[in-house]
Design a protein around this ligand. Structure first.
Ligand SMILES: [Zn+2]
Length: 315
């Protein structure tokens, strides 16, 4: 059976890892009869997951393998929704030493999603990201954080229910702000210690939102903490699911009120102001921009192209 064709959701503006073409069909999650029939049906698609990796066939061009089926028909599966009308399930084979043997009709390799995103169809990248995010969360929610008893998947895998106290645990997403800080015709980019030193790339600043904090306040706090620059106006641009492992990146433009950089050397290797020409000539200068799958890259490239804030809106 060939893998299903999928339409690319709004390819002009879509960011990778969103699954806009997926109908989540949440009303089926509690309909166990429908779920069982959908799963047993011939057109069901399965997304295999193994220890953080996704199953991909590399030839003739990289594609997610969705047509294999689990040998164990009772294996727990998460119902992701309907893609072009076909039910899609995600299955976790992490307990198997040889995961391909647990599947019927599987050929391919389990690979890291981020290494593939330049070549996977965008709709597939979104589906795999959704599967990865949910199964990663399940794997970290095996025991109740209230009473310590074991949890089991409910609602077709979208909640984990405690077998002791009954608490229902919901999938978590960690919000992080990511901001293109500008002043006049320059942009402020930094290099975190988390970035591989050999890549030498400069990116937008970013950080996790803290409890009790608005997103705008998080933009201002993180910028000040990392580079000592104060921020005035903050404008929302768009968001990107970032399942590495469980974030949602919320993209902003932020206007700096000050220029002097005071680097937090615990977190940052370097930071500097750049003009558009500086960025256009980055190869000669010996530095890079962040990977093309990221909202950071999109924010920077849109600014380089002279986009206004309203041009940049990704929704
Ligand atoms: Zn409990």
């Amino acid at each position: 059976m060939p893998d299903t064709p999928m339409r690319d959701a709004n390819a002009a503006s879509a960011l990778l890892y969103s699954s806009a073409s997926l109908d989540r069909a949440g009303h089926y999650r509690t309909d166990t009869v429908w779920i069982a029939a959908a799963r047993a049906g011939e057109d069901a698609l399965f997304i295999p997951y193994w220890r953080g990796r996704m199953l991909v066939a590399l030839e003739p061009s990289p594609r997610a393998v969705l047509s294999a089926r689990p040998r164990d028909a009772a294996m727990p599966a998460v119902f992701l929704g309907l893609e072009s009308g076909r039910p899609v399930f995600a299955i976790d084979l992490s307990a198997d030493e040889a995961p391909l043997e647990a599947l019927i009709g599987a050929a391919g390799e389990f690979l890291d999603l981020r290494g593939l995103t330049a070549t996977l169809p965008a709709a597939q990248a979104g589906l795999l990201a959704t599967a990865k995010a949910l199964l990663y969360w399940q794997s970290r929610t095996r025991f109740c954080s209230v009473c310590g008893a074991a949890c089991r998947p409910e609602r077709a895998g979208h909640t984990m229910q405690c077998s002791g106290c009954g608490t229902e645990h919901f999938p978590r997403t960690d919000p992080a702000v990511i901001m293109l800080v500008t002043r006049g015709d320059r942009v402020l980019l930094g290099q975190s210690h988390k970035f591989p030193v050999e890549r030498n790339f400069f990116s937008t600043l970013a950080g996790f939102v803290e409890p009790g904090e608005s997103l705008e306040d998080a933009v201002r706090r993180e910028t000040f903490e990392e580079v000592g620059v104060t921020i005035g106006a903050v404008t929302y641009i768009g968001s990107q699911p970032w399942p590495f492992p469980a974030s949602l990146m919320l993209g902003y433009r932020a206007e700096a009120l000050s220029e002097t950089i005071t680097l937090d050397t615990e977190e940052m290797r370097a930071a500097a102001w750049f003009t558009r020409d500086d960025l256009a000539n980055r190869r000669q200068a010996g530095f890079n921009l962040p990977p093309k799958d990221s909202i950071a890259r999109r924010l920077i490239e849109d600014w380089m192209a002279g986009a206004t804030e309203s041009d940049m809106r990704l929704s």
